[in-house]
Design a binder for this molecule. Sequence first.
Ligand SMILES: Cc1cc2nc3c(=O)[nH]c(=O)nc-3n(C[C@H](O)[C@H](O)[C@H](O)COP(=O)(O)OP(=O)(O)OC[C@H]3O[C@@H](n4cnc5c(N)ncnc54)[C@H](O)[C@@H]3O)c2cc1C
Length: 376
Amino acid sequence: MDTRFTDEQLALRDRIAKFAQEVLAPEAERIDREGFDMDHYRKVMDAGLVAVPLPKEVGGEGMGTVGRCILLEEVSKVCPSTALSYLVGGMSLYYPGASQELIDKYYMPWVQGKILPAFVFTEPNAGSDAAAISTVAAEDGDEFVLNGKKHLICNGASADVLNVFAITDPEEKVSRRLSVFCVPKGTPGVKATVQPGMSLAGAELAEIEFTDCRIPAGNMIGERGKGFGMAMSGIAGGRINAAACAVGIAAHAVEDAVAYVKEREQFGKPIAANQAVAFTIAKMRRRMESAKALLYKAADMIDRKDPEAALYTSMAKAEATDASVYCADENLQLHGGIGCLKGCEAERIFRDAHAARIYDGTTNVLDMVISRDMLK
Ligand SMILES: Cc1cc2nc3c(=O)[nH]c(=O)nc-3n(C[C@H](O)[C@H](O)[C@H](O)COP(=O)(O)OP(=O)(O)OC[C@H]3O[C@@H](n4cnc5c(N)ncnc54)[C@H](O)[C@@H]3O)c2cc1C
């Protein structure tokens, strides 16, 4: 594998880093404190960032998975909450299989940065055990009636379109039981309540209740009964994004630590002059760079459709999220008492590092995937 970025990828990295510094950095602390802000997020949409990884045929820039990881890494170095709002949407569900009407109405406006979507799967009793979903979509003439409760849904209260998984065929085995529907904002019978976050507090998580919510049958995305497989491939596909966000957070922690240990003086010299401190930042950098190497190896495998891409992506996500938590924890320790104060950047990095170990497959779930592959 060629480990160098192409000139196009390097130009993308520089463009996103500049955008992140100029547009996102000044707002990162505020949105962490105040929560998701649609006007702030609209800048990401207006800058055309949604289109970066998408194929040119649909109006994207064709930068692929490696391009999306570059984007998410650079954004996460500055504002991982914004990265989370960007990456969770489930719009990959529309291809292949959605009707042209749904593609024109929801997918293309998303590519153009006009709408914000949400991927609505998790329920209070169905997290890692995805097969335990109980939200029902009962067929009634040319409509389906949704009833049930979801939670921890990113963009859940602000999204223009909810991509909702529900049971349409309860008698079928789980792989044939679910279908997925798009539910536009303002549909009667939908009640969303924001769930304020400790981690990635500038993104929006919400609980969503569906009560006799009527959806036209034409809003079903893809084939009836194929929802479970679509959800699993969406979640597996999202793992590389979570890994990229984690590498960005780890890199931010390393940068923050280096700046602080050079500046902070105790015993008449910078704390960096102590070998124990210098070795800590060396180890942080090693962990971050190892995770980054695995991230881009897996991303490249996805773009090359390598049969082992899913396995490497699971390893990349587990390693990157462990590395980001490690680096964020050491950075906090190096900050001493001020790291424990609200408003200190090290404190925000520490809180943000934790979430990526949960979404798109917890570390234990990934280790199940990895070990099953090794032991088969
Ligand atoms: C920031 C964030 C954003 C999210 N965004 C979305 C979203 O947009 N849409 C959406 O649908 N969902 C979203 N989620 C939900 C996420 O997918 C779930 O939190 C995740 O699947 C874990 O489920 P759970 O929280 O119910 O944890 P649980 O499944 O209850 O797991 C709790 C703990 O038990 C462990 N565990 C569970 N089962 C096993 C087992 N068999 N063996 C070993 N250990 C096990 C887990 O590893 C974990 O440590 C988001 C979550 C977060 C934190």
